[in-house]
Design a protein around this ligand. Structure first.
Ligand SMILES: NC(=O)c1ccc[n+]([C@@H]2O[C@H](COP(=O)([O-])OP(=O)(O)OC[C@H]3O[C@@H](n4cnc5c(N)ncnc54)[C@H](O)[C@@H]3O)[C@@H](O)[C@H]2O)c1
Length: 259
């Protein structure tokens, strides 16, 4: 075996949903660099088209698609419009940072509708397509919040633990069809999702210090794990969560003893 081809995605079709921004955009650019034809899907079609232009400018292949994972018929149309699917990357999520006792019914429904039910629809439709096609790799963006919380993260954290359990179940149910499913658990990443935190210097710095590496991640630092999970390099990896958190979940972080 030539191990240099382990990460090669030539001839593969990769669908990235939420690809107009942040981690999804970086994932789409990375998958195209490794040879995949990337379907760049987002609620924001203009943003998706801009990412396609970036990929084409680098010599890659990509197609823009409009998709709203909050709407079952939109997800069906998206998946039906793709001849085959080898890699699916699901990223859309929102966070309403608020203490549980102050959460409204409407806010709970909005977060769960996108983060859990929207991603479920996509996993279901994408999984069916991969089973019909004889295999594939599913990658879902969970979070360190699937494991650990702080005040204000309750509902978001519950959805991130929820998508992880969907991933684990897909791994169990789809292995016999050649489909693998894994989650990625980022720490804090500089994207529009976390832009409100950047406005508060004390909050931003506290998060930076919380990881072993002492800083925030850039979206491009999620690309390596995405390529690994998408490709043959991870052929025996399924049902896992891969933390890309600069060591956040490994360390206590509050105090360095005088050693
Ligand atoms: N940024 C972080 O610090 C961080 C940390 C941990 C986990 N994550 C997870 O990573 C993922 C990506 O986060 P990000 O920071 O890149 O977010 P982002 O807000 O930058 O991008 C999300 C994209 O999803 C799209 N989207 C929103 N609703 C949609 C819908 N209904 N249908 C289709 N597309 C829709 C948006 O238009 C946007 O382009 C999320 O699941 C998030 O929970 C992010």
């Amino acid at each position: 075996m030539d191990f240099k081809t382990l990460f090669d995605l030539s001839g593969k079709t990769a669908l990235v949903v939420g690809a107009a921004s942040g981690i999804g955009r970086a994932s789409a650019l990375g998958l195209a660099d490794f040879g995949a034809h990337v379907i760049v899907a987002d609620l924001n079609l203009e943003g998706a088209a801009a990412v396609v232009s970036e990929i084409e400018a680098k010599g890659g292949q990509a197609t823009a698609a409009s998709a709203n994972i909050g709407d079952g018929s939109s997800v069906t149309a998206l998946i039906d419009g793709i001849p085959r699917l080898d890699v699916l990357v699901c990223t859309p999520a929102i966070n309403v940072r608020k203490r549980l006792l102050e959460y409204s019914d409407e806010e709970f429904d909005r977060v769960v509708a996108l983060n859990l039910k929207g991603n479920f629809r996509l996993l279901q439709a994408g999984g069916r397509k991969m089973v019909a096609g004889g295999g594939g790799s599913i990658i879902v963006f969970s979070s360190i919040r699937s494991q650990i919380v702080e005040p204000g993260q309750g509902v978001y954290a519950a959805t991130k633990a929820g998508v992880l359990q969907l991933v684990r179940t897909l791994a169990a149910e789809l292995a016999e069809f050649g489909v693998r499913a894994n989650a990625i658990g980022p720490g804090v990443v500089n994207t529009p999702l976390t832009a409100p935190i950047k406005q508060n210097a004390a909050w931003y710095d506290a998060y930076a210090k919380r990881s072993a590496l002492g800083r925030w991640a850039e979206p491009e630092e999620m690309v390596g794990p995405v390529i690994y999970l998408a490709s043959q390099a991870s052929s025996f990896v399924t049902g896992t969560i891969h933390f890309v958190d600069g060591g956040w979940t490994a360390i206590d972080g509050r105090f360095t003893p005088p050693l």
